[in-house]
Design a protein around this ligand. Structure first.
Ligand SMILES: [Zn+2]
Length: 134
């Protein structure tokens, strides 16, 4: 898979903080309930912290009480890439930025949250950057 934004590990390490690198480039997960955007209700656009691509909008963010920012739909279906993830003995669907391939989180379905898509994009705050609407 080649991405529009492609950088060496060395470049990513230079541009990202160690914490950002661990999640975005090594598919790590930040601890629940501590992320900067977990409870954020600000109106705006959430972009990829690695490459700046627009990923989610605040109007699809909902309170899932799971400890991570949760969205029920990406801003554009092409903005994210979904990949089957069989790590940790589970089958999950990994969510990556379609532009740079950075890890964002996972998407879960059919949990009964009552959102229009019945999906929960469970995204690490550290993978995102919120630009508040003027
Ligand atoms: Zn990106």
């Amino acid at each position: 898979m080649s991405y529009e934004v492609s950088k060496s590990d060395e470049q990513w390490r230079a541009e990202l903080s160690p914490q950002e690198y661990a999640v975005l480039r090594e598919a790590g997960t930040e601890r629940p309930f501590v992320g900067e955007y977990t409870d954020t209700k600000t109106t705006g656009v959430y972009s990829c912290r690695a490459c700046g691509a627009e990923l989610f909008r605040s109007d699809t963010k909902f309170e899932s009480h799971c400890g991570w920012p949760s969205f029920y739909d990406p801003a554009d279906t092409d903005a994210v890439e979904l990949i089957q993830d069989r790590s940790l003995g589970m089958v999950r669907t990994e969510v990556r930025c379609a532009r740079c391939g950075s890890h964002l989180g996972h998407v879960f379905e059919g949990e009964g949250y009552g959102t229009p898509t019945d999906q929960r994009y469970c995204i690490n705050s550290i993978s995102l950057k919120l630009t508040p609407e003027e």
